[in-house]
Design a protein around this ligand. Sequence first.
Ligand code: OAD
Length: 234
Amino acid sequence: MRDRYRKIVFLTGAGISAESGLATFRQENGLWNNHRVEDVATIEAYEKNPDYVHNFYNQMKPELWKAQPNPAHLAITRLQQNYPAEVHIITQNIDTLHEKANSKNIHHIHGQINQAVCLNCGQIMETWGEVTSETVCPQCHVSSMMKPNIVFFGENLLCMDIVDELLHHADLFISVGTSGVVFPAAGFVQTAKYYGADTIEFNMEPTSNNFYFDKHIMGKAGLTLPRFVDDLLQ
Ligand code: OAD
């Protein structure tokens, strides 16, 4: 491990938001234990019954709107503000807790709960309100084409050009609170390591990507990440 870093890249998953009270996907009571992915997170489901899918995400909005960042999100912001390196966040989370923590350089590869995208013209609409099959695109004025701007299984990830560039040039890659089972994000650590980054994982338990991490820091990210940032800032 190096003493000093110039380009730090975080990959965050649902675990970083767990201490803000948000459910993860695959743990006990996780979202995917209570809902079938095929019903709410595939393009086929959306085409078959758009309002069912809209409803699923509309129902999540009040909770995500209210959620507040926890010490793990704030620790990343503190690092961005005080450490002399470029610090980026690639997040799989559709919540906006990194934004609420006043972080910058945030790349939402799985989309955002507070956005809808027009399948006709590509316009992104920001809203915490309900989106339905009746919603009209503010740009092209076509209705029934606004899809939640959330990457469904089988769709391409967002911002991949930037992400590739970041993974090639990172000298420290830090994964926080992700089970490492959903590709392509699960492969980011391998790419970063291949291009020479030190790699650290923060999680409550060992993950399937264990092999590619130089260091594992076990425990709640809200405790472990602030301590790690304190050490880097010393
Ligand atoms: P998962 O639910 O698969 O994994 C959450 C991880 O966070 C687990 O490994 C937990 O051990 C860990 N964890 C839980 N609480 C933690 C805490 N307080 N501190 C540290 N770690 C903690 O969630 P993701 O890996 O984010 O995609 O799931 C990846 C993608 O699968 C999601 O973005 C979503 C889903 O399908 C889409 O919806 C496109």
